[in-house]
Structure formats: C-alpha cells, structure tokens
Ligand binder design. Structure first.
Ligand SMILES: [Zn+2]
Length: 297
C-alpha cells in the first residue's frame, strides 16, 4: 500500500525538464541554449555540423518542431534566408515571428564584418547583411549570451533567477577560458590561410589570422576550374600554410589547391558536434586553436 502511495506521488511531481520549447537553427546556438537554460529548455536543433546552414530543406519534422516553439534562436543576418522564413510561415505561431519575443537572432547583437556597400543577389552574394558567421569570436559569444539569457527570462519569467545564475556561471567559465585562449594568440598572429568560404572571418579578426584568399569568388558561388587555376597562380609565389574549410563544405576545391600548392587542407570544427571531441562551445574553441597550432608547427 505504501509503495502504491509513493508511486502515485511520483506521478504527481512536477516535471523539471522542458519548461520552454526552443528551436535552434544551428548547433552553436543549441549549445549556448544548453549552457543558459539546461533542463529548463526542450531543445530542437535544425542542422548538424555537417549541414550547410545557408541551405536546408523545410522538412515536416522541422515544421512540427517550430510550431510548438516558444523561442527560435538562429543566426539571422540572412544566413537562413533560404529556409527559415518558410518554416516561420508554416509554423502558424505568432510569438516566434520577426519582432515577437520568441524571435532571437544572434547576429543582431554583434557588429558584422564584411557588410557590402551594394547588395547584389544576382551576383550570388549570400551575405547581403554582412558576414553572418559571427560565432567564431568568443567575444561575440559573450555578448550574445547576455542578450539570450535576458530573452529567456522574458519568455519564462518564473525561471528568470535560474537563467541569471546560469549566465553568471557560464560567463565566469567563459572568461577564464577566453583569457587562456587570448594567451595563445601570439603564436598564431599573421598565420596565412586560404579559406573555402568566408566562414572564418570572425575567427581571423579575433586571432589576427591572415586569410589571403577565399576559394569562392563570391560567397555561395563554387569556384570554377578557371578561377581555381588563377588562384593557384596568384598564390604559388608565396603559398599560405593551409586551406581551411568547414565540415559541410565541398572538399574538392580545397583538396585540388592543397595538392598543387603542397600545403595541408584542414577541416576546422566550425561548430559543435563536428566530432566527438567538440561537445560544447568551450571544446569548439579549444579544438579550433589546437588545429591552427598544429598547422603552424
Ligand atoms: Zn556564409
């Protein structure tokens, strides 16, 4: 009898998990939500590290997930222009539409690099609002964490104190890690690299890396054979130390150039979940720095 009573009480106990539903477009923001909300959020992440966040199919499973979301956390700056507006239209959910409390675009909280003077989509420019790959600068992560914790508290005021405490804890760990990463910058300053796409501009700005060439002639346009040949000729007299790309980018152009220049082609983690080591944002920066330090050797 006593056992039955205990079981009954257990069924009545409030569920600690999933106070709010969060839909995140990219793994890096999913990881940040995990840091700031923990078990208070039920999380759906639309892409993996192996999917191009510029292009995604608006699958029914994603529509179902975004329909029940209290908060959408994405990059913005038009990174997801090819699929997020469609998902939002299909969601039938007023709170998460642009301007609503449930619509959080990380790039709104940081200064964008490479803002074009003239926007010309016919030229294939997929970065019309400036470079949207803002997460690879730890200072941006800190600013975005501030804004995101505030937004979580707004959406879920019952747990405002918990979000505040988790933010303070995250930022204290982040500041300690950032100080250690800053100390490793000196060894990497001026490192000359070629990059497939402008995926690492914020990383380069933070570490003072020198990205001497981008394989794509315009963001989102794959390089032609003629363009690669021209790039080879241009880089041959003074080759960069490596060609870098993300896990989701086509490896062929990097491999072609790396073989001819005799330099390594490297896949940097770019976001969380890119391999077993990169389980959170701390590991993302740690692994990125380690890969660059390996190249420098
Ligand atoms: Zn891009």
């Amino acid at each position: 009898m006593r056992t039955v009573a205990v079981m009954f009480l257990a069924l009545l106990a409030p569920l600690p998990a999933g106070a709010i539903n969060v839909f995140s477009c990219e793994p890096e923001w999913g990881s940040l939500v995990r840091e700031l909300a923990g078990e208070l959020a039920e999380l759906t992440i639309a892409t993996t590290a192996f999917q191009d966040p510029h292009r995604l199919e608006a699958k029914p499973s994603l529509i179902a997930a975004i329909r029940k979301a209290d908060l959408v956390v994405c990059t913005g700056a038009d990174l997801e222009i090819g699929w997020l507006p469609l998902l939002l239209r299909r969601a039938g959910n007023a709170a998460i539409q642009s301007g609503g409390p449930g619509h959080f675009m990380a790039a709104d909280y940081v200064r964008k690099l490479e803002t074009p003077k003239i926007i010309d989509r016919s030229q294939g420019d997929i970065h019309p609002q400036g470079n949207p790959h803002v997460h690879l600068d730890p200072r941006n992560i800190r600013r975005i964490a501030d804004a995101l914790a505030q937004r979580l508290a707004e959406i879920d005021p019952m747990n405002a104190a918990a979000y505040g405490a988790r933010l303070a804890d995250f930022q204290s760990r982040w500041d300690t890690a950032s100080a250690e990463w800053e100390g490793r910058k000196t060894g990497l300053v001026g490192l000359r690299l070629a990059s497939h796409h402008r995926s690492f501009s914020y990383l380069a700005a933070w570490l003072d890396l020198n990205i001497v060439a981008t394989l794509e002639s315009k963001p989102g346009i794959p390089p032609s054979g003629a363009q690669l040949a021209a790039l080879l000729e241009q880089l041959s007299p003074n080759p960069p130390v490596a060609v870098i790309r993300t896990p989701y980018e086509n490896e062929k152009p990097s491999s072609w150039l790396s073989a001819r220049l005799g330099i390594p082609a490297i896949t940097l983690p770019y976001t969380t979940g890119s391999d077993q080591m990169v389980t959170d944002l701390f590991a993302l920066f740690e692994e990125t720095l380690r890969s660059l330090e390996d190249v420098r050797q």
